[in-house]
Design a binder for this molecule. Structure first.
Ligand SMILES: Nc1nc(Cl)c2ncn([C@@H]3O[C@H](CO)[C@@H](O)[C@H]3O)c2n1
Length: 235
């Protein structure tokens, strides 16, 4: 470990567990810590990107917000992997469905993350990098979901730099390739993990549908998120 604390994370060496859950919203990180972890201790309040470490079924685990967008999760995940010796980060987020057979409240695992971002330019590659989830984490999540009697939809997702598309035709283009849903962080997390030779997985609860008129209320959002959390905590 070096450079800790960082400009973005006040945690000291040893404050953070090897396993980290990462929602986008730091208030969601606070909720997860207070709801699922025993004796949660806050290790970061820099920029209000809250991070906590506690135990779940006796195992040390941390939860920290990653923010919205690839630059943000790129900073926090880079520091966790490279400066705090974190082994695995599971992003637990929300996404908008593209496929017609995917609906709000469904739980999705991104085996791959397409992107319109230029994030990979950082690595000076002679071609197109394929950001992918760690197979062991994905396999475990699939097993846990099955043991909990839950459907886990596994496939390609899209990490977009844009929430408000100027031309929604872009959604049609991604949909024709079978992309399940759109969010804004997974591709960067997968690239940062690959470069650091660490593990990452993105689990998503579908909160919107780009094409179908489906919406969920706050209670359903909380319920759906909880169902996904019950999987993520066991991976
Ligand atoms: N582009 C986009 N589109 C839709 Cl329909 C989304 N639904 C949830 N998100 C996620 O929630 C935040 C945006 O509200 C982002 O962090 C993103 O990962 C979405 N991001």
């Amino acid at each position: 470990m070096n450079n800790t604390p960082t400009p973005h994370n006040a945690a000291k060496p040893g404050d953070i567990a090897k396993k980290v859950l990462m929602p986008g919203d730091p208030l969601r990180a606070k909720f997860i810590a207070e709801t699922y972890l025993e004796n949660p201790v806050c290790f970061n309040t820099v920029r209000n990107m809250f991070g906590y470490t506690g135990t779940y079924k006796g195992q040390k685990i941390s939860v920290m917000g990653g923010g919205m967008g690839m630059p943000s999760i790129g900073i926090y995940s880079y520091e966790l992997y490279n400066f705090y010796d974190v082994d695995q980060i599971i992003r637990v987020g929300s996404a908008g469905a593209l496929r017609d057979d995917v609906h709000v409240m469904d739980i999705v695992a991104g085996v791959g993350a397409c992107t319109n971002s230029n994030f990979a330019a950082n690595y000076n590659l002679p071609g197109t990098f394929a950001p992918t989830a760690d197979f062991e984490l994905l396999q475990k999540a699939s097993q846990v979901a099955k043991s909990q009697g839950k459907k886990l939809i596994v496939g390609n997702i899209l990490s977009s730099d844009v929430f408000y598309n100027d031309d929604n035709a872009v959604n049609d283009a991604w949909k024709k390739m079978g992309v399940i849903a759109v969010e804004m962080e997974a591709a960067a997390l997968y690239m940062i993990a690959a470069r650091a030779n660490k593990k990452a997985l993105c689990l998503l609860t579908i909160s919107d549908h780009i094409y179908l008129d489906e919406a969920i209320d706050a209670e359903q959002r909380q319920l759906g998120f909880g169902s996904m959390m019950e999987i993520a905590l066991e991976v």
